[in-house]
Write a protein that binds this ligand. Structure first.
Ligand SMILES: C[S@@+](CC[C@H](N)C(=O)[O-])C[C@H]1O[C@@H](n2cnc3c(N)ncnc32)[C@H](O)[C@@H]1O
Length: 234
C-alpha cells in the first residue's frame, strides 16, 4: 500500500508480534506518539547523539547524487525531513513502515507536497524489485527485531539496492567496558529492548545472507563504542 505524505493511512496489515508484545509502549499504542514525538526526547534517548548520528548517516548515503532512496522504517524526530532537504533535485524517497500509526505521524511531520511515498509493509518481506534503489537507510531498526526478522530485513535491503549503491546502517554497538554508559545501557537494553543485546554480541555483517557478496563494508563506532555506522557498498 503506497501513499503520498499527508494522505489517509490504511489500517489492515498485521502488526508483528514482537512489536505488539515488546514495543507496544514505543510505537503501537496511540499515546506513544504523543509521548515520544519530541526532538529533545529522541535526542536524550540517544544521550544527545541523535543529531550527530542522523547527519553522519545522511552524509554517508551520498544524497548529492540524484536517485531513489529507501528509508526502512519511520523514525521519531526530524530524520526524514532532513533527508528530503538534502536530496538532490530529481530524487525520490520511499519510506516503509509496518504501522499505519507511524506512517500517519510521519505524514503529519512532512509538508503535503514533500513527494515522499509512505508505504505500509513489513521490512522483512519487502516486495520491491531487486536492484531498484540507489541507496537505503536503516536507522536504529535492527536492534528492535528478533534475529529471523533482522536477517530477512537485511537480506531484502541488500537485494533492493543496485550494485554499486549504498546501504547505511546506524544502530547500537557494544561499548568499551570503560565507557561510563556500559552498565546503565546494559540494564536499559536488558529491561526494555530484549533483542538489542544481539548487536553487542555479534557483528551486523554476521546476519548478511551467506550467498550475497558486497563490494565493501566500512564500520565506524561512536560515543565510546555505544553506536555504530556501517556503510555498505552493494
Ligand atoms: C526505526 S525504528 C526505531 C527508531 C528510533 N528508535 C526512533 O526514534 O524512532 C522504529 C520503527 O520501526 C518500525 N518497524 C519495526 N519493525 C518493523 C518491520 N518489521 N517492518 C517495518 N517497520 C518496522 C516501527 O513501526 C517503528 O515505526
Amino acid at each position: 500500500m503506497k501513499m503520498q505524505a499527508g494522505t489517509v493511512m490504511p489500517t489492515t496489515t498485521e502488526v508483528p508480534l514482537y512489536l505488539s508484545e515488546t514495543y507496544w509502549w514505543a510505537y503501537v499504542h496511540p499515546r506513544a506518539i504523543h509521548v515520544f514525538e519530541r526532538q529533545w526526547l529522541v535526542n536524550a534517548i540517544l544521550w544527545g547523539q541523535f543529531g550527530r548520528l542522523r547527519d553522519l548517516a545522511l552524509d554517508a548515503l551520498g544524497l548529492e547524487a540524484p536517485g531513489r532512496t529507501l528509508q526502512v522504517a519511520c523514525v521519531y524526530g526530524n530524520l526524514t525531513a532532513k533527508l528530503l532537504k538534502r536530496a538532490a533535485p530529481g530524487s525520490s524517497l520511499d519510506v516503509v513502515d509496518v504501522l499505519p500509526l507511524q506512517l500517519a505521524n510521519l505524514a503529519r511531520k512532512l509538508p503535503a507536497d514533500s513527494g515522499a511515498n509512505l508505504i505500509r509493509c513489513d521490512a522483512s518481506a519487502m516486495e520491491f524489485e531487486s536492484a531498484s534503489y540507489d541507496r537505503a537507510l536503516l536507522f536504529f531498526l535492527l536492534h528492535e527485531m528478533p534475529e529471523d526478522v533482522r536477517k530477512a530485513t537485511i537480506a531484502h535491503t541488500l537485494r533492493v539496492v543496485k550494485p554499486g549503491g549504498r546501504v547505511v546502517i546506524v544502530d547500537y554497538h557494544r561499548p568499551s567496558k570503560l565507557n561510563p554508559l556500559f552498565v546503565p545501557m546494559a540494564g536499559i537494553l536488558h529491561t526494555l529492548e530484549p533483542f538489542a543485546h544481539d548487536l553487542w554480541r555479534r557483528e551486523i555483517t554476521g546476519w548478511f545472507p551467506a550467498d550475497v557478496k558486497v563490494a565493501g563494508v566500512q564500520k565506524t563506532t561512536y560515543f565510546g563504542g555505544l553506536y555504530q555506522m556501517l556503510v555498505i557498498t552493494v
